[in-house]
Ligand binder design. Structure first.
Ligand SMILES: C[S@@+](CC[C@H](N)C(=O)[O-])C[C@H]1O[C@@H](n2cnc3c(N)ncnc32)[C@H](O)[C@@H]1O
Length: 287
C-alpha cells in the first residue's frame, strides 16, 4: 500500500515543469497578444503562475495547454493567460508628485483654456489602470479642484486595462487598508464608505464618474469618440520592448488634444529624439 507521502507527491502537489520550447511558445503568444516581454529569467514564474490553470483543465503539460489556447476561438483562455502573467501592483498615491502636478499645473491650465473657449468638457484616461486606484484618485482630484462648479463641467475618467480580473476589482472599488499607505485621510472619509475594520468602498457618486473598459494598448489604432485631455499610462510600458513602446506612444499622442498631457511611470522615459511630445520632465510630456 502507498504511504501518504507518495500519494501527495504523485497527485495533488505535483509540479508540472515547463520545457524551454514550451516556454518559448507561450511567451511568443503573450508578446504577440499583449506586448509583454518575458525574459528567460521569467520561465519559472510563468510555470508557477500557470500551475493551477493546467490542473483546472486537467492538462498534463504546457504543450497541451498551448494547443488548447490555439483551439479556443472564444479568446477566454488567452484572456486568462494574460491575467495570470501581467503585473498588477498598484496603490493609492503611487508616484504622488504626478497627482500634485495634475492638480496644481494641469487642471488650472486646461480649465482656463476651456473656460475661454466655452467648452466645459474634460476627459482623462487611466490607461493600464489595474485595480483602479489611479483612476479613482484622478476622479477625487477633479471633484476637489472644481468644488461647487463641478456640476457645470462635463468631466469623465476612462479607465482601461487588458486584464479583466483587475477591471472587475476596479469596478467593485473595495480596498483594504494596505492600499491607502500615505493617502489623504480626509479623502478616505469623504470618498469611501467603511465596510469593516479593514475594507473601504468607493462611494457611488465617484464610481459613476468612471467608465471601466477592457482595452489592449497593442490595438493598432485607437479609435475613441472623443480625444483625451490627459492620459496617465504609468508603469505599463516597462513591460514592452522599444518597438511596441514607440507604437503605443504614437497612438497616445494621436489620442490627446493639442496641449494635453501624458504621464508615464517614474522608471520610464520617452526617447526625446523619437517623439513629437514636448518634454516637461522624464515622466511628464505635453502635446
Ligand atoms: C503595474 S500595473 C500599473 C497600474 C497603475 N497604472 C500604476 O502605475 O500604479 C500595469 C497594468 O498594465 C496592464 N497591461 C499590461 N499590458 C497591457 C496592454 N497591452 N494593454 C493594456 N493594459 C496592459 C496590466 O494588466 C496591469 O494592470
Amino acid at each position: 500500500m502507498k504511504n501518504i507521502d507518495s500519494y501527495i507527491s504523485n497527485h495533488q502537489f505535483d509540479i508540472i515543469d515547463i520545457t524551454d520550447d514550451e516556454f518559448n511558445l507561450i511567451r511568443e503568444l503573450i508578446y504577440s497578444q499583449s506586448g509583454i516581454v518575458l525574459s528567460d529569467k521569467k520561465k519559472s514564474l510563468v510555470a508557477g503562475r500557470l500551475q493551477k490553470v493546467l490542473k483546472q483543465y486537467q492538462l498534463n503539460n504546457f504543450n497541451d495547454y498551448y494547443n488548447e489556447l490555439n483551439k479556443d476561438k472564444s479568446g477566454a483562455l488567452l484572456t486568462e493567460l494574460i491575467d495570470k502573467i501581467s503585473t498588477n501592483h498598484t496603490f493609492f498615491g503611487r508616484e504622488n508628485d504626478h497627482f500634485e502636478y495634475f492638480k496644481d499645473i494641469v487642471l488650472p491650465e486646461l480649465s482656463k483654456i476651456k473656460i475661454e473657449s466655452n467648452n466645459l468638457d474634460l476627459r482623462v484616461w487611466s490607461a493600464g489602470c489595474s485595480t483602479g486606484e489611479e483612476a479613482y484618485t484622478l476622479a477625487f482630484i477633479i471633484r476637489e479642484f472644481f468644488k461647487n462648479n463641478f456640476h457645470k463641467w462635463d468631466t469623465g475618467v476612462l479607465a482601461t486595462d487588458i486584464s479583466s480580473t483587475v477591471l472587475s476589482k476596479a469596478m467593485q472599488g473595495i480596498y483594504d487598508g494596505s492600499k491607502f499607505h500615505g493617502f489623504h485621510s480626509e479623502w478616505k472619509l469623504r470618498y469611501f464608505k467603511k465596510i469593516d475594520d479593514n475594507k473601504w468602498e468607493v462611494i457611488p457618486e465617484i464610481k459613476s464618474e468612471i467608465v471601466f473598459r477592457r482595452f489592449n494598448l497593442l490595438t493598432p489604432k485607437f479609435c475613441f469618440k472623443t480625444q483625451m485631455d490627459v492620459i496617465f499610462c504609468r508603469n505599463v510600458m516597462i513591460y514592452f520592448d522599444k518597438q511596441t513602446r514607440a507604437a503605443v506612444i504614437q497612438n497616445l499622442y494621436d489620442t490627446l488634444t493639442d496641449g494635453g498631457y501624458l504621464f508615464i511611470g517614474h522608471s520610464e522615459a520617452i526617447d526625446r529624439t523619437q517623439t513629437k511630445f514636448q518634454y516637461i520632465s522624464p515622466s511628464i510630456y505635453k502635446k
